[in-house]
Ligand binder design. Structure first.
Ligand code: FAD
Length: 321
């Protein structure tokens, strides 16, 4: 058993790290566990080795915007520090991490106690503490936050926060197949972004056109929620040719063989029916039991919503202390 006093946070995506950052700003230390090998969550950047070169693809969130003043102010700070930059191809207010979408997470994690490769298998109440089981290890915290996607939060919280677990289970998220493709030569496509609300391919972006990228002819293609749902259980190597064919169709050019292609299935990509109507807040904090939840599923389907949820939870905890 490894006792760690203070706040434990399960999930080091935008919500969990925003919460940890705001707690730290208020002088409250926390320890974050994330099952991933490094920062990303749904703002992940995938690396591929192709012909002695390393190529990076943003295969989750493509960009984000900052409408809320608090998020806007942190974005301005990140921009000054070279962590993010505008990407006008996606819209006047579109922002992206540099050199990958996960850059803001990596930046926040640098000054926090984040432990990657640590999957919380279960949580339970032991005396005055919350015990988190990670493989063969147990970690005890006085306060605990669950900042993971709804479908996973529903499982982790079912015994300890049954009502919230029910709301999490009722949250709906759309799936998304993402195809990553690298081409030897520039494709004859004028725009760096293609969108189609009605096609199997909802979105395609020339990844290499984002600021701070390698400048290669790399594309990320996202299937629409409906299409991704229909072909959800197909194998990745079956999805690549299907979405690539639709991509060339939408772009109006003859198909070109990529020098690399792979596909990633996001089973729960974007929240389509958040739980926020059930709570009236952006996060949940049970101050009697010192247990809370944050994440986009409590606030809305965007990076900014996840950030605001994490911030809101930090404020609730700080208020409690
Ligand atoms: P996550 O990013 O999912 O973070 C949760 C973290 O918890 C993960 O790092 C995961 O590894 C970890 N975790 C899960 N279970 C455990 C466990 N048991 N133990 C330890 N760690 C665990 N948003 C936009 O604003 N604009 C977009 O264009 C956009 N496009 C998107 C496209 C796709 C394909 C996807 C997938 C998402 C997109 N989003 C977009 C949504 C956005 O990425 C999310 O809303 C946001 O990143 C959610 O942050 P989060 O912290 O709530 O969750």
């Amino acid at each position: 058993m490894t006792p760690i006093a203070g706040v434990g946070i399960i999930g080091g995506g935008m919500a969990g790290l925003a919460c940890a950052t705001e707690l730290a700003r208020r002088g409250i230390a926390s320890t974050v566990f994330d099952k991933g090998r490094g920062p990303g969550g749904r703002m992940a950047t995938r690396r591929a080795d192709v012909a002695d070169r390393q190529v990076r693809f943003d295969h989750g969130a493509q960009y984000f915007t900052a409408r809320d003043p608090a998020f806007n102010s942190i974005c301005q700070e990140w921009h000054r520090q070279g962590v993010i930059a505008p990407w006008p191809a996606a819209g006047a207010k579109a922002l992206v991490g540099i050199p990958g979408m996960n850059a803001p997470l990596r930046h926040m994690a640098e000054t926090l106690d984040v432990r990657w490769g640590m999957r919380a298998d279960s949580i339970s109440r032991i005396g005055d503490c919350w015990r988190v089981i990670v493989g063969d290890e147990a970690y005890d915290f006085t306060r605990l936050i669950v900042a993971i996607p709804a479908e996973q939060a529903a499982v982790l919280l079912v015994e300890v926060m049954p009502e919230i677990a029910r709301h999490a289970a009722a949250t709906k998220s759309d799936p998304c197949w993402a195809v990553m493709a690298l081409f030897a030569e520039p494709l004859d496509i004028a725009s760096d972004v293609l969108r189609d609300e009605h096609a199997p391919m909802r979105w395609a972006a020339r990844n290499g056109s984002k600021p701070g990228r390698e400048g290669l002819e790399s594309w990320v293609i996202h299937g629409s929620p409906e299409y991704s749902h229909d072909v959800l259980e197909q194998a990745p190597d079956e999805i690549c040719p299907l979405l690539l064919a639709n991509f060339f169709d939408q772009a109006g050019i003859a198909p070109v063989e990529p020098i690399h292609s792979s596909a990633h299935r996001w089973r729960y990509a974007r929240v389509s029916l958040p739980a926020k109507r059930g709570f009236g807040g952006l996060a949940v904090w049970d101050h009697v039991n010192a247990l809370g939840a944050a994440g986009d599923w409590l606030a809305g389907p965007r990076v900014e919503d996840a950030f605001l949820s994490g911030m809101a939870l930090a404020e609730l905890i700080a208020h409690d202390l």
